[in-house]
Design a protein. Structure first.
Length: 245
């Protein structure tokens, strides 16, 4: 639903879609804002030297294409997501969850960050104190989709969260080396899903959880655990949700 609202606004801002140049200016501003948010994140990691930021601006033709030439919804979703990451870094978890959910409403692939984010929240707050933050995400989705849910709930739920949608071969970049028949085969999709879930389990068991406690201990309140929660750094916030997705 967030996609509909934001791009409807862009539709009217650009004279019902006729002023493409103005739309490109809007996305150019989004591009600069994205760079600002990403630079701020990397600055807090203290792992990236400043001169690397210059090459980040110039190296990716694909980013320039997605923002300025294609006007996709990916830039809108990612700038909101990066803003939520900045909020998490500042310790504003509730507001960060609100903006994370808003990013999901624009493009569903932001859900790929959800497992790592859930692990971080459980690690920091335990199960009971994580529930209110998950409720914020769910409530925002409900509020944004309310007009559509009232009008056609089944159609909205099936189309807005269509996990079985077929991705066209002509749009792929990472899997271009595969024959089209393999790329479109349902077995290949299930194999990728199984591999993704397996890697998530392995990372959760051996990489993310370094407290030497059982994963089930994350459900407890941090004060009731044998070991205190791990120090939450910028590197950890970035690496947990991003590396697998």
């Amino acid at each position: 639903a967030g996609f509909v609202y934001i791009f409807s606004a862009l539709y009217y801002i650009t004279d019902r879609g006729s002023n493409i140049r103005l739309g490109q200016y809007v996305f150019a501003v989004l591009y600069l804002l994205t760079l600002l948010l990403v630079f701020r994140i990397y600055t807090q990691t203290q792992k990236v030297p400043p001169y690397v930021f210059f090459f980040m601006c110039c190296a990716s033709y694909r980013i320039h294409s997605i923002f300025i030439l294609r006007l996709f919804n990916d830039p809108v979703a990612m700038v909101i997501f990066y803003f939520s990451v900045n909020l998490f870094l500042e310790g504003h978890w509730s507001v960060g969850c609100c903006f994370y959910s808003l990013a999901v409403s624009v493009k569903m692939n932001i859900l790929l960050f959800a497992p790592g984010l859930l692990f971080l929240m459980l690690s920091q707050f335990g199960f009971l104190r994580t529930i209110p933050k998950l409720s914020i995400c769910a409530l925002l989705q409900l509020l944004l989709g309310l007009p559509f849910l009232i009008e056609n709930p089944t159609g909205y739920l099936l189309r807005a969260f269509d996990l079985g949608r077929q991705f066209l071969f002509k749009w792929t970049v990472n899997w271009r080396f595969l024959p089209e028949e393999i790329f479109l085969h349902r077995g290949f999709h299930l194999l990728l899903l199984a591999a993704h879930l397996a890697v998530l389990v392995l990372f959760c068991r051996y990489c993310w959880n370094r407290s030497q406690e059982n994963i089930i201990a994350l459900l407890k309140d941090p004060e009731q655990r044998k070991r205190p929660p791990q120090l939450l750094t910028a590197n950890r916030i970035l690496s947990l949700p991003n590396v697998v997705s």
